[in-house]
Write a protein that binds this ligand. Structure first.
Ligand code: NDP
Length: 284
């Protein structure tokens, strides 16, 4: 019998996940279907319940339900516990297992697809919402020289710093994050500082808003990366281009990589991502 999967969000019509997972399923010869489900803003848990009752095996979760999905899961992966948000649910006899593949997808895109070595670099992470939170430990696990979190509401950046300083960056090395490597600040206090990797994890671009950033942030050979893609990434990447960032990337690769990781959580098979990313770029 064909196994059912779906992405739950509101809105969700724009989601590329059905296309991506259909391509993964074809490529790996897995018998599954994948649909987009518009869950009511006050009805996420009910929508998931109905899906499971109808035989649903797993789900992706997108805006604005990732925190609710975290609460709904009865078991969590370490990376979901660190992110306090779930973008991947797997349903089995023991209930709902919650995982978060966003941060792993981000690092996979930067390292593998873009060929950028994170180790030893100075990273600026803009934003302190769910996507930023999920990226912190996977980025730190790569051993950067420093990770500066800057947010419009600086208290939220400080809270993230408090939470992650001293945390264990990776289960492989079990090395605690040195407190000095993690810094929280405001946008204006970034003046005069330079970074090798600047990641926009704010949602400003989705609303067409510009970030109030000082000039001179991008080091020569630096990479400017926006987690958003399509029109949502335009404002930040244009800012980066005019401020002499030498490399620009949007978050489409992250989307494909986090999906591949979710597919692996569900099916135990890792799909190849390059051809799927090429297909999506062709449609942009
Ligand atoms: P959240 O709503 O959790 O966080 C939003 C963040 O953006 C906050 O830090 C907020 O700051 C900041 N922000 C919003 N508007 C502005 C503004 N006008 N000026 C400055 N800062 C602003 O969103 P998420 O963390 O879930 O998502 C962030 C981005 O990452 C989105 O673009 C999303 O599409 C993208 N994303 C991409 C993925 C991918 O696979 N490519 C996966 C997940 C997310 P404040 O705290 O001050 O409000």
């Amino acid at each position: 019998m064909t196994d059912r999967y779906a992405v739950f969000g509101n809105p969700v019509a724009h989601s590329r996940s059905p296309l991506i997972h259909a391509a993964f399923a074809r490529q790996t010869a897995q018998d599954l279907s994948y649909e987009a489900v518009l869950a009511p803003l006050d009805g996420f848990a009910g929508a998931i319940r109905d899906f499971v009752a109808a035989g649903g095996k797993g789900a992706n979760v997108t805006v604005p339900f990732k925190e609710e999905a975290f609460r709904l899961a009865s078991r969590h992966s370490p990376r979901a516990l660190a992110a306090k948000a779930v973008n991947t649910l797997r349903f089995d006899a023991d209930g709902a297992f919650g995982d978060n593949t966003d941060g792993t997808g981000l690092v996979a895109d930067i390292r593998r697809n873009l060929g950028f070595r994170i180790s030893g670099t100075r990273i600026l992470l803009l934003g302190a919402g769910g996507a930023a939170r999920g990226g912190i430990l996977p980025l730190l696990a790569q051993g950067p020289a420093c990770l500066v979190i800057a947010n419009r509401t600086v208290e939220k950046a400080r809270a993230l710093r408090e939470e992650f300083a001293g945390a264990v960056a990776t289960s492989q090395t079990s090395t605690p994050v040195p407190a000095a490597a993690l810094v929280a600040t405001s946008f204006s206090a970034l003046a005069g500082r330079e970074f090798d990797l600047v990641i926009n994890a704010t949602s400003a671009g989705l609303a067409g808003a510009h970030l109030d950033l000082p000039p001179g942030l991008f080091a020569p050979d630096g990479l400017a990366y926006d987690m958003a893609y399509g029109r949502g990434a335009l404002a930040f990447l244009e800012f980066a281009r005019t401020h002499r960032a030498s490399r620009l990337a949007d978050g489409l690769g992250m989307l494909v990589e986090q999906a591949a990781e979710a597919f692996c959580v569900w099916r135990g098979v890792r799909p190849e991502t390059a051809s799927v990313l090429t297909m999506l770029r062709g449609e942009q």
